[in-house]
Structures are given as C-alpha cells and as structure tokens.
Design a protein around this ligand. Structure first.
Ligand code: ZN
Length: 182
C-alpha cells in the first residue's frame, strides 16, 4: 500500500479533490462492475458517469478479453458515450467514478471529451505496486502516467484505502489470467 493514501476527508465536506460521503455509493458501484468483469473473464475495472445532481447517466466495465479489443476500458467508453450524448456544459460538470485510476489512454479521452471530476477507488501506482509484489509483469505498452500527468488541469480524488483493498482482491483473482474462481 502506498504511503500517501488519503482516506475520507476528515472535515466531511465535499471538497472536489477529496473523496466525500456522497462519492462512496458510486465508487462501490464501480467495484460491483469490476467484479462483474472478473466473472466474465475480463479485467477488474468498472466505471460510472454521474451528472451534477448525482444521477447515474451511464456505466460500463472492462471488456478487453471478452471482445478481444484492448481499448475497451470503461473510462474510454464513458468518454465516448458522453461526447455523443451530452452537451459540452453537462460533460464539464459530470463526474467519472472508477474502480482504478484512468490509464493514459482513458485520461486523454476524458480530456478530449471535456469531462469533469475524476474519483477513483485505487490508484494506478497501487496497481503497479500490487503486480510487483505478486511478480506479475506489467503488460501495458503505455508510459505509467498519472491522470494529472496527462491532464494537468484535472480535478482528481482518490484512492480510498478500504475500497482499494477490494480492488486489490479482484486484481489478485485476475492476476494470471485465471479470472474465474480462485
Ligand atoms: Zn484505460
């Protein structure tokens, strides 16, 4: 576990760059979707797009293995959905919740679509640390850039230690491509 994890904001206020109480149900939904992905033989990632009033607009999970398309990340699908279905001003105030921090491809799509805040349960650095601990090779062909590396103006919150632990367990189940039941 990274040392710089920050948990729920102590003030309880909904600051944009911290994870607040209203964010938690959406993050839990992301983890449910990630679990569905694992059951289907895909990688354990799920994401939810929520409007400024807290209404869920769209959701998706990873579908890389089941479709054979390595770009089928849920964050990328939500950016495309938003670009197709929402006017620019609604995209800017929408929040993308996700079980694992956006990869550089998805962060770029998020930026091009002009979406708003990102909230993640676990960070990309955590995922890399877990894989290193397990001796699982990093297969991504991309540079390990954070969302802020790709999108310097992004408003980002996460990880949440308790939820990141759930993501870690899902990743453990998926670690060797043996994603059914172990
Ligand atoms: Zn991605």
């Amino acid at each position: 576990m990274a040392l710089n994890d920050h948990d729920l904001s102590e003030s309880g206020t909904d600051r944009a760059d911290t994870v607040g109480e209203t964010d938690l149900p959406h993050l839990r939904r992301c983890i449910e979707l990630a679990a569905e992905a694992v059951e289907a033989g895909d990688w354990p990632f799920g994401s939810v797009l929520v409007d400024a009033d807290g209404k869920i607009l769209a959701e998706d999970r990873n579908r890389e293995t089941s479709t054979g398309d390595p770009t089928r990340h849920p964050e990328f699908e939500l950016a495309r959905w938003a670009a197709t279905h929402l006017p620019a001003e609604e995209r800017a105030t929408a929040t993308v919740y996700t079980s694992g921090e956006h990869c550089p491809m998805c962060a770029a799509a998020h930026g091009w679509a002009g979406l708003g805040r990102i909230v993640y349960a676990s960070s990309a650095q955590q995922a890399r640390d877990w894989k290193a601990e397990w001796g699982v090779p990093i297969t991504s062909p991309l540079s390990p850039l954070s969302v802020q590396d790709v999108l310097p103006g992004a408003v980002v919150a996460g990880p949440v230690a308790e939820l990141a632990e759930q993501v870690r367990e899902l990743m453990w189940r998926s670690r060797n491509g043996d994603r059914a039941e172990d």
